[in-house]
Design a protein around this ligand. Structure first.
Ligand code: PEP
Length: 250
């Protein structure tokens, strides 16, 4: 099956001002983007609605997190239902910064993933190992353990609303990008795992994107690996080179 190339931009807690936000949107609005690529940007929740209003319609927006509950006394949180009501189609869940800095467990990530999809969102589901885990030869075991909880939480048909982002923690924001062989190896093993844990058809259809210090220089080689279906981009999504990453396949 031909999987549509997917490029996400995770702005994290950036930009710092509304003026910078407008400048970022202008870069995208003025760009010549490959129409064969699904492009999604994830600004801070404060900017979701205003970006939706000014961003070109062929670029979608994503939240960076959501709660598992629909509403209630959860100060500081945003629910999947609120995101759907605001017209936001995607949410990033399980980002390593959420897992490490905010102590989110794989069980919480799975519960949020189920709640988000039940509410009508699509999920960019992040998984990945630390350097210590990689050096101990545990990469695939860690990735599969993170995915197994989500496999147990979702109905098989719900995987059509999931994009898996393989993001080795040691490569995020460090400038240390995984080699194209390292990325391909984990992506192929992850697809094989999805095939045995859910079904070959779902494994064939699900997009597995790579994240971790992707930039305009290193995107081509990794993006052309058979099991790499796109990227989740952090730092470089705040720069004009994000357009070159979107256009990796051109
Ligand atoms: C990310 O935070 O998802 C990410 C991949 O960051 P960076 O591209 O900056 O490594």
């Amino acid at each position: 099956m031909a999987r549509k190339f997917f490029v996400g931009g995770n702005f994290k807690m950036n930009p710092a001002t509304r003026e910078q936000k407008r400048a970022l949107v202008k870069i995208l609005n003025d760009a010549n983007l490959d129409p064969n690529v699904e492009v999604v940007v994830a600004p801070p929740s404060l900017y979701l609605i205003s970006i939706l209003e000014i961003l070109r319609k062929d670029v979608q927006v994503s939240a960076q997190n959501c709660h598992a509950k629909a509403s209630g006394a959860y100060t500081g949180e945003i629910s999947p239902q609120q995101l759907v009501d605001a017209g936001v189609p995607y949410v990033i869940l399980g980002h390593s910064e959420r897992r490490s800095l905010f102590h989110e467990t794989s069980e919480e990530v799975a519960a949020k993933t189920r709640a988000a999809i039940d509410a009508g969102l699509k999920v960019i589901l992040c998984v990945g190992e630390t350097l210590e885990e990689r050096e101990a030869g545990k990469t695939q075991a860690v990735v599969q353990a993170q995915l197994a909880v989500v496999v147990a939480a979702l109905e098989p048909a719900q995987w059509e609303n999931v994009v898996i982002a393989y993001e080795p923690v040691w490569a995020i924001g460090t400038g240390k990008v995984a080699t194209c062989e390292q990325a391909q190896e984990v992506h192929a093993a992850t697809r094989a795992y999805i095939s045995s844990a859910i079904s070959p058809a779902i494994a064939d259809a699900v997009r597995i994107i790579y994240g971790g210090s992707v930039n305009a220089k290193n995107c081509k080689e990794t993006g052309n690996q058979p099991d790499v279906d796109g990227f989740l981009v952090g730092g470089a999504s705040l720069k004009p080179e994000f357009v070159d990453i979107v256009n990796t396949k051109r």
